[in-house]
Design a protein around this ligand. Structure first.
Ligand SMILES: [Zn+2]
Length: 472
């Protein structure tokens, strides 16, 4: 049955990689004619099956399910020059075969198609109609072409002449990575973008011409990512860009839907991410906008909690339409984070002052063994035990033969406990804690002379203190 499902079926990249590896491991004989590639300006075509391999890489004459097909000619592009392979489908006798991936390296210049024939039995010499996923191809072609043009624009703007780079292309974006830092600035990159945008408006036609390697060298056409042959394919956009390349290109610069920078990484290597696909640009900006908006809302809520009269102009938070307005959004977010840090620092300072001066209630007792037991109470949700601890240490130091306990009723059941040096032969707080922690669900810990304890009920705290008093 012909599958009318328009969405191209996908196979996960790990399975694809494993299948290619199994095929490559077979050390296939190279007695096949090179495949003719018809896909530069065609999205549909036909081809005759010249060889078949099963999923284990064994050469066969009939294939069902997953395996590999070699055609005499194809419209499917195979990975090269940083441009990923096509995918799509074959139709044979009304049956649909899914094409997941291509390879032209395992048998040099022979285009192997990784396919799933499903129930159909594909045979040698079968004639298949070929259909690539057009949307996938067009997006890759735009980004691939834009990558040539952005590189030329950068060259024009900086006159750097630096050749070393790597490139990557996917549907949503492309990147250019400069191996050596040529002193490229943000301003340079934005100038190059503006220049490229003016080329899009000018709608410069592309040309794909073949010449000898010697001719290409004489014309100083910079070569990259290319295996040299005697005849090379040169891609030109008017006089603004020329490259050796086997990839697919737009007919004219006006076919790029847009050109915008998405991200720039200024590290040892400079990496520039950009896109020539308008819907991918919108998707990227919308995702960035949503995540920054969430960050802004959360940060602002924290600030307002500390400083209710904090003023923030919400009209500044806008959906980015350019790289610059994306940077504005990032700047606003960072400014807000800095403000929160400052306000929080000031708040912590004020809390520390409060902790140092707030009145503590005190109940003093003498235990049967004539030891002073001073219990300090506070009822305050703002002052953490960490903030009050230095003050209590000083209070404990000022006494002799004393146990000091501190409770903040404003917090979850808690206890800070100090004993004087003179009492260390009578009791070891750490041992006491370890002996009773399960019984009273105690968490925290401390030393022989100090404990910082939390638990789930105030009864547990009271019982723990009662056990302490019993010993002393
Ligand atoms: Zn190219």
């Amino acid at each position: 049955m012909l599958n009318r499902n328009k969405e191209s079926k996908k196979m996960d990249s790990k399975t694809i990689k494993e299948l290619w590896k199994q095929l490559a491991d077979q050390q296939l004989a190279n007695n096949f004619a090179a495949t003719k590639f018809n896909g530069y300006h065609q999205f549909e075509g036909s081809g005759t099956v010249k060889a078949l391999f099963d999923s284990k890489g064994q050469e066969i004459t009939e294939l069902t399910g997953v395996g590999f097909v070699l055609f005499d000619q194809t419209v499917f592009y195979a990975l090269g020059g940083g441009q990923p392979s096509d995918y799509g489908k074959l139709i044979v006798n009304g049956n649909e075969i899914t094409v997941y991936d291509l390879n032209k390296q395992i048998i040099p210049n022979c285009y192997l198609h990784l396919v799933d024939c499903h129930q159909y039995l594909l045979k040698l010499n079968d004639e298949c109609e070929q259909f690539i996923d057009v949307n996938h191809r067009l997006k890759l072609t735009r980004n691939h072409s834009a990558q040539h043009l952005l590189w030329s624009a950068l060259d024009t703007v900086t006159k750097s002449g630096i050749e070393e780079r790597s490139v990557g292309i996917s549907e949503d974006k492309f990147y250019i990575e400069l191996f050596k830092n040529p002193g490229l600035t943000l301003e340079n990159i934005l100038q190059a973008r503006d220049l490229l945008q003016s080329w899009i408006t000018a709608n410069i036609k592309s040309q794909e011409i073949f010449m000898t390697l010697a001719e290409a060298q004489a014309q100083k056409i910079i070569s990259r990512d290319f295996k040299y042959q005697d005849n090379v394919r040169v891609v030109k956009f008017g006089d603004v860009s020329q490259d050796l390349c086997g990839g697919t290109h737009v007919d004219a610069t006006g076919d790029l839907e847009c050109l915008e920078i998405l991200e720039i990484k200024f590290e040892n290597r400079i990496t520039i991410y950009a896109t020539a696909n308008y819907d991918e640009l919108q998707k990227y900006f919308t995702e960035k906008f949503n995540s920054y908006q969430e960050l802004i809302t959360n940060t602002l809520a924290k600030i307002k909690n500390l400083q209710p009269n904090y003023q923030f102009d919400h009209t500044m938070v806008k959906l980015p339409t350019t790289y610059e307005t994306l940077l504005d959004l990032i700047t606003i977010t960072n400014q807000l984070k800095d403000d929160l840090k400052e306000i929080d620092k000031e708040h912590q300072k004020q809390l520390q002052e409060l902790a140092n001066t707030i009145k503590l209630d005190l109940i003093s007792k003498i235990t049967p063994k004539k030891i002073s037991f001073n219990e300090y109470y506070l009822d305050n949700t703002m002052i953490s035990n960490q903030l009050i601890r230095p003050r209590l240490i000083n209070l404990a130091k000022a006494e002799t033969n004393t146990i000091l306990a501190y409770y903040n009723r404003g917090l979850a059941p808690n206890l800070l406990l100090f004993i004087n040096e003179q009492l260390k032969d009578h009791i070891n707080l750490r041992d006491l804690f370890n002996n009773l922690k399960e019984q009273y669900h105690l968490t925290g810990g401390g030393t022989n002379l100090f404990l910082d304890v939390k638990t789930d009920t105030w009864d547990n705290i009271n019982n723990f203190i009662a056990s302490l008093i019993e010993i002393l």
